[in-house]
Design a protein around this ligand. Structure first.
Ligand code: PGA
Length: 251
């Protein structure tokens, strides 16, 4: 019922040459019809070239961030959702923990980005997750609920039917530590139940990805959990063979 989605978040990595070889490897490697939907999110400057390189392949294109302002205007250095749609992006990551922590994006700004993305026809991939301190103090669900509520308040639950969620415990991102399958399932189940309080049908269809040190060796056991519908993959998405193995684990 929920088609798995495996998304590669390339972060601030790559070059034109690497883009060409990564996408070439994925296009070749996915010709055997993996059942999961596959998404790649290169840095802004490579999106246009990626869009052309992907052509009519089934691999989808997404951005890693977007301006919270709708329309156009005097926002030097920003990239609008309409611009991303113009170059055939279909998805955009909003609220990644690196944006929240390093660039001080608030829950409210993330919610505005979610709305701006949808207004331009993009599908936001909304990231939520707790830090290690928050987990150790027992605040995981409160933090995730607060991050979700900001978007629910701004966008309304109906908007979640055109979105993807990603649970990314901050302590697992790029650290080599993953949540155990049970830890992931617990938070994914909590997220789905929070949405179900507002709309059971939307909650049932919502894809919730897990992110944080997913590798070929641990992907299958995490993806096997009932409320895990794929992954948001950082480091391992930069290696064709690893990413392909993770896609196969999801499909
Ligand atoms: P990681 O990154 O797979 O390298 O931990 C995940 C992410 O930040 O989306």
């Amino acid at each position: 019922m929920r088609k798995p989605l495996v998304a590669g978040n390339w972060k601030m990595h790559g070059s034109r040459q690497q883009l060409d070889s990564l996408l070439g490897g994925l296009i070749d490697g996915l010709s055997d019809n993996a059942t999961a939907e596959v998404l790649v999110c290169p840095a802004f400057v490579y999106l246009h070239e990626a869009s052309a390189r992907l052509g009519d392949s089934a691999i989808e294109l997404g951005a890693q961030n977007v301006c919270a302002q709708a329309g156009e205007g005097a926002f030097t250095g920003e990239i609008s959702a309409a611009m991303l749609a113009d170059i055939k992006c279909r998805y955009v990551i909003v609220g990644h923990s690196e944006r929240r922590a390093i660039y001080a994006e608030s829950d409210e700004q993330v919610a505005k980005k979610f709305v701006a993305a949808q207004a331009a026809g993009l599908i936001p991939v909304l990231c939520v997750g707790e830090t290690l301190d928050e987990r150790e103090s027992g605040a995981t669900e409160a933090v995730v609920a607060r991050q979700l509520d900001a978007v629910l308040d701004e966008a309304g639950v109906a908007a979640f039917s055109q979105s993807v969620l990603a649970y990314e415990p901050v302590w697992a991102i790029g650290t080599g530590k993953t949540a155990s399958p049970d830890q992931a399932q617990q938070v994914h189940g909590f997220i789905r139940s929070k949405i179900a309080e507002k709309d059971v049908k939307i909650a049932g269809l919502l894809r919730i990805l897990y992110g944080g040190s997913v590798k070929p060796g641990n992907a299958a056991e995490i993806f096997a959990m009932a409320d895990v519908d794929g992954g948001l993959i950082g480091g391992a998405s930069l290696k064709v063979d690893d990413f392909l193995a993770i896609v196969r684990a999801a499909g």
